[in-house]
Design a protein around this ligand. Structure first.
Ligand code: FES
Ligand code: FES
Length: 160
């Protein structure tokens, strides 16, 4: 198996890693970097539990090879909080009881953060569309959608 040296930024930290050709981004995050917040649900691009930001866009990390991410900026759920302050969407999902088993939560948080970064005032339909690739078997989505709406409102309050 060929080994490739790649460089990338993960949660603001520069990393250089030697990775085999067949290592997925998900395996690299979890097994090489111990960033186990990103979950392996289906390993087939179906559930969204492995969602991370790649250059600001949400992607399924189980469907990308680590070598494809050379030079990229990756953000995982561990990178959402800053200075011991949770991201507003993290706080809102706690406040709305949008977490049950929690397995989908990292992916939901990442997809929600990507939505709010490109659209700070999303409608309910836009929130549901943004989360269409993130399956949750527990919550019925209502509390999650309410949390994303509320975090948009909180961001507005902070900005004004
Ligand atoms: S683990 Fe990647 S989409 Fe399910
Ligand atoms: S909280 Fe259990 S899968 Fe979403």
């Amino acid at each position: 198996m060929t080994i490739h040296r790649i460089s990338l930024t993960i949660n603001g930290e520069y990393e250089q890693l030697d990775v085999p050709s067949n290592l997925t981004l998900l395996q690299m995050l979890r097994d090489k970097l111990a960033l186990t917040g990103t979950k392996n649900g289906c390993n087939a691009g179906e559930c969204g539990a492995c969602t991370v930001l790649l250059n600001g866009e949400p992607v399924n990390s189980c469907m990308l090879l680590a070598v494809e991410c050379d030079g990229a900026k990756i953000v995982t759920v561990e990178g959402l909080a800053h200075d011991s302050q949770l991201d507003p969407v993290q706080q809102a999902i706690i406040d709305h009881g949008g977490v049950q088993c929690g397995f989908c939560t990292p992916g939901i948080l990442i997809s929600s953060r990507a939505l709010l970064d490109r659209n700070p005032d999303p409608t309910e339909d836009e929130i549901r569309e943004a989360l269409v690739g993130n399956l949750c078997r527990c919550t019925g989505y209502l509390r999650i959608v309410d949390a994303v709406k509320d975090s948009a409102a909180r961001q507005h309050t902070l900005a004004n």
